[in-house]
Design a protein around this ligand. Structure first.
Ligand code: SAM
Ligand code: SF4
Length: 329
């Protein structure tokens, strides 16, 4: 059984931000000085996360993604993934990471069968990496990518495409999918940057596609899986794929299958909804498993039709001041 919302969408994928802390300072995600981090006891504990996952498993959820902040920065994160792997419901455990702290954990990830990683990398140029992330860690991330490929991980490289910032990286990054069996996905920038900047000029998915088309005239669209946010493409002699994620244009909402839990335990039924319920406070007030289950069912039913409808009920200042580091992407 899978839960359905009021728009008949199957909801079976949960994304959990395990921390809002990060060792990078990507300028589209947070200001240079960072964001005001949640006190540690405001984060969901691992016991609370496992309890929620157990309940979601009973509600038909089969996929979980751990994200952040940087998930590998949270103490004993690997214990959380070990415990999650022991839950039978989740056949798909995925992680999104900036790739700076993963390498030591690769053997354990393999042992647990967690081989699907999203690695964020916006440029292949060391200087631009430094400008975008405000840290000097390009070679660490690049080495991690190479090791993951060598170890046969299924890797999706996520790049936020920003006009005039990394436009010249689009083709070299897409070329990675010719050389390696990876997905290289270009994401439209979204406004969740912890108040770091206003008036973004979005480099739209249409512009990304036209940039790619000029270089790869034989670019061919592939038929996607249900719930995919990326439209995927291939071109001659590619062993990997290229994807475009219209995260700002929001053209994928009709097949959205996801629920988000932010670092402080807030439920988001849509990325653009500003948070609809504090599951952390509910758990800590003594809610029983049955009450939590009923609450999830109620919240999922009320999932908005799309990101535009969600945004209507959220003030712009809430959206602008949220950081993707607390939401989890
Ligand atoms: N720290 C990890 C990382 O960077 O992969 C996980 C958390 S990060 C918030 C998750 C994803 O959100 C990354 O791929 C990042 O590029 C993306 N992201 C962050 N801020 C964004 C924004 N304003 N617009 C679009 N994507 C964003
Ligand atoms: Fe950190 Fe990821 Fe945000 Fe960059 S995008 S600052 S790596 S949480």
């Amino acid at each position: 059984m899978t839960l359905k919302d009021n728009y008949n969408r199957d909801i079976n994928y949960v994304r959990i931000a395990v921390t809002d802390r990060c060792n990078l300072r990507c300028f589209y995600c947070m200001p240079e000085q960072g964001i005001v981090y949640e006190p540690k006891d405001h984060l969901l504990s691992y016991e609370e996360i496992i309890r929620l996952l157990t309940i979601l498993g009973q509600l038909g959820f089969t996929k979980v993604r751990f994200t952040g902040g940087e998930p590998f920065l949270r103490k004993d994160f690997t214990q959380l993934i070990e415990k999650t792997a022991a839950l039978s419901a989740f056949e798909n455990i995925h992680i999104t990471t900036n790739g700076t702290l993963v390498q030591n954990h690769i053997p354990l990830l393999k042992k647990l069968g967690i081989t699907k990683l999203n690695l964020s990398l916006d440029t292949l140029n060391e200087e631009r990496f430094k400008k975008i992330t405000r840290r000097d860690d390009f070679s660490k991330v690049w080495d991690t990518l190479q090791v993951l490929i060598k170890e046969n991980f299924s890797v999706k490289v996520n790049a936020v495409a920003m006009n005039g910032i990394n436009t010249e990286d689009i083709i070299p990054m897409a070329e990675l999918a010719r050389e390696y069996p990876i997905h290289v996905r270009f994401i439209e920038e979204m406004p969740f940057n912890g108040g770091a900047k206003e008036n973004q000029k979005i480099f739209s998915s249409k512009e990304i596609l036209s940039t790619l088309h000029k270089h790869f005239p034989d670019l061919k669209v592939l038929s996607g899986k249900h719930g995919d946010t990326a439209t995927e493409y291939t071109a001659a002699h590619f062993i990997g794929k290229i994807g475009i994620i219209p995260a700002f244009s929001r053209t994928f909402c009709t097949t959205c299958n996801r629920l988000r839990i932010t670092a402080n335990g807030e439920i988001k039924t849509c990325l653009y909804d500003g948070g609809v319920f504090s599951m952390r406070d509910f758990l800590r007030s003594g809610a029983t498993d049955l009450e939590v289950k009923e609450k999830f069912i109620e919240l999922i039913r009320l999932k908005p039709k799309d990101g535009f409808e969600a945004e209507k009920f959220t003030t712009q200042s809430v959206i602008r001041n949220e950081s993707m580091s607390s939401i989890g992407g």
